[in-house]
Design a protein around this ligand. Structure first.
Ligand code: ADP
Length: 493
């Protein structure tokens, strides 16, 4: 569970990175400091050896001064002594070495962290060692051993326990070594390591606390989102996420989710109302059939009365069929199951055919049909478009006044075909206009139902037009008339 939590994963990852970076930094800093320390000690040792064994009096490393003796030029190495005054006199050279060791040892006596000197002859026998030198200092091999690297000048540097030693080859194969204890340096390094560890641990603790705080803040909106989603899943569709910070990514996500929840709630409410409306619409004809049959069967009736009853039942059944067909059609359009053909056709021709179809109805109501239809190319399903036009024309005639007028026009503009059906009818009140395309919405509910109107016609028109990637709009003025405009792709770019 803990390993699945985003907060813990973030924290673990953040801590891991911090540990790696801090360890890397600490180890590198320690190694660099240690390397510098060793280099400084080595330079110090080398300086001591060169100063002590140059063919002159050993200099006083602590500034005490030695007996004044002739000195070689400063750029000569100890090996250059081969060409000096002991070039051919090993015994003289070695006497000189002993003298140097004794003098250097005397100078070091009483010093803290004193240097010690040891000189071996070529055969490995000890020639001399300063009083402070440890016992049994092993002679470094000329070729160097493991942990005894030999540099280009033949010098050997090595560490033995807490001792650091530097060795040079002298004339006649003799070898001189200077060394000192590294205990104070190691203690200083130990202190540095401790300091680095403490500083690293403090930074790690601080970083982890900061990371936890940031992760907690970042996760908080997710917790709010999940709590709201749980409530919504429990049936409370009115719940919304309290997103105060709308600028952050999660704040924006909360905003998007809120609008999704709002749409879901709208769709759900719509669905509930639709089901209630459909049941209500179907209940009316069923009630008619039931009451008609009950009345007819309550006693013996004449043939004419039975016929009348049967006719009433038939009308109710036809109304039910019409309603059910409309509902099925809407359901199929909603599900995208109604495939719209993609054919080129003349919208004016289709409109003219529809006008001819409804002309008898118009004549019956004394409504005049006027057409302004020149060739307008359209891309889509001509049959479905004619269904839309017929529906709009029927409404325009039905809701028109006596001796009113219906004007049908078609035009093409910027790749869009426009069809306008304007009537001089009762019009639609402004408060009803936004709902006019909703299912079962009727301005005058009771009258429309009596007249066999289902309130689904415009909803089907809208669904068909939108399935063509078109649009349908209405403008209306009560008492003056309504204008429906259908926009469809014209098929010509
Ligand atoms: P119906 O089957 O009831 O006509 P519609 O969806 O076609 O259903 O229309 C919905 C309602 O819109 C109608 O009941 C009517 O109130 C209003 N309406 C539609 N067309 C017109 C129009 N041309 N003039 C006035 N009102 C209209």
């Amino acid at each position: 569970m803990i390993f699945k939590s985003i907060r813990w994963l973030l924290q673990a990852w953040h801590s891991l990175i911090l540990v790696v970076v801090l360890t890397g930094f600490g180890v590198t800093a320690y190694q660099v400091a240690r390397g510098n320390q060793l280099r400084r000690i080595d330079q110090e040792l080398q300086q001591r050896l060169i100063t002590a064994f140059r063919p002159g009096p050993p200099a006083d490393p602590h500034g005490h001064g030695g007996p004044p003796r002739e000195r070689p030029p400063p750029d000569r190495s100890p090996n250059e002594g081969k060409e000096g005054k002991h070039d051919h006199d090993p015994s003289g050279w070695r006497a000189h070495m002993r003298e140097v060791i004794a003098h250097a040892g005397a100078l070091e006596a009483g010093q803290t962290n004193a240097f010690y000197y040891v000189v071996w002859q070529q055969d490995g026998s000890l020639l001399a060692s300063s009083p402070g030198a440890p016992k049994d200092v092993p002679m470094p091999a000329e070729t160097g051993r493991e942990h005894e690297p030999v540099d280009r000048s033949g010098a050997i540097t090595r560490t033995r326990g807490e001792l650091r030693e530097f060795c040079l080859c002298f004339p006649f194969g003799d070898r001189a070594l200077v060394g000192r204890s590294m205990a104070p340096d190691l203690a200083a390094m130990h202190r540095l390591a401790l300091w680095l560890f403490t500083a690293g641990a403090s930074v790690l603790a601080f970083g982890m606390a900061g990371g936890w705080w940031v992760a907690t803040r970042a996760i908080r909106p997710i917790e709010a989102i999940s709590a709201t989603a749980v409530k919504i899943a429990g049936g409370d569709l009115a719940q919304r996420i309290n997103a105060s910070d709308t600028e952050s990514e999660l704040g924006r996500l909360a905003g998007v989710l809120n609008s999704t929840f709002a749409r879901l709630e709208g769709a759900f409410t719509h669905q509930v109302r639709f089901t209630a409306d459909a049941s209500h619409e179907l209940r009316t004809p069923v009630s008619v059939i039931l009451s008609q049959t009950q009345t007819a069967l309550s006693r013996e009736r004449s043939a004419a009365e039975y016929r009348e009853t049967l006719q009433a039942c038939q009308r109710a059944a036809q109304r039910m069929r019409k309603l059910i067909e409309s509902l099925l059609e809407l359901a199929r359009l909603d599900a995208g199951q109604e495939r719209m053909k993609q054919e080129r056709f003349d919208l004016s021709r289709v409109a003219r055919e529809c006008v001819e179809l409804v002309r008898p109805l118009a004549a019956e109501r004394g409504v005049e049909m006027r057409c302004d239809l020149t060739g307008v190319e359209c891309l889509g399903d001509a049959e479905r478009v004619s269904q839309v036009v017929t529906n709009l024309l029927s409404n325009a005639i039905h809701f028109n006044r006596e001796r009113g007028e219906v004007r049908v026009t078609a035009r093409s503009e910027n790749g869009t075909a426009f069809l306008t059906i304007a009537d001089t009818g009762v019009g639609i009140p402004p408060e009803d206009l936004p709902h006019i395309f909703e299912r079962f919405y009727r301005v005058d509910k009771s009258r429309s139902r009596i007249q066999g109107k289902t309130g689904l016609g415009l909803a089907i028109c809208k669904a068909i037009v939108e399935a063509h990637s078109g649009a349908i709009e209405v403008t209306s003025q009560p008492g003056v008339g309504s204008t429906f405009e259908v926009r469809l792709p014209s098929g010509s770019a």
